[in-house]
Design a protein around this ligand. Sequence first.
Ligand code: ZN
Length: 210
Amino acid sequence: MSIVVKKWNELAEVKAELAARDWFFATSGNLSIKVTDDPLTFLVTASGKDKRKQTDEDFLLVDAAGRPAEKTHLKPSAETLLHVEIYNRTNAGCVLHVHTVDNNLISELYAQNGEAVFSGQEIIKAFGIWEENAAVRIPIIDNYADIPTLAREFANYIHGDAGAVLIQNHGITVWGRTAFEAKKHLEAWEFLFRWQVKRLLLQRAGLPVG
Ligand SMILES: [Zn+2]
């Protein structure tokens, strides 16, 4: 099996799992997986597809600048430039981006702080952090309609081979060394977002939470 087919199958599996979680509203979201390092190539979701469906046109191979690496009628996702920034700056192997109601709410609630911080949660171990009462933080950046501008702003928050950034009222982008790590981190963040939104609602209702 060629490396491209192997990576295609790996990304298709992640896509199916995220689709089962209903994280691809209205064709939103984009995913990628690195195929080769030298030259850098990666598979990225094609633009405008319903990501709940599985087809042989779901992904296309692109180069280090996010341009198609082979002749194709498919267009890479509009936000491929964010993936380009990650692969060019880190050893990440996979990038996942989804728009969910909870990640949008958290991005709006904590926008003025420039980050959202979570602590006192067992799921923080998913990030490889084992200390008791550990805190995790995720930066929140402004959403720019102009993708090159968004990608430039986003690049300021790319530190390390695994990480995550929230884009205000837009979505989360998570990257990891492997598809498994990126998916695990994405699930942990979405757990924290949903937990926090529900806690705030319960607190508001006067229930003894937090
Ligand atoms: Zn998006």
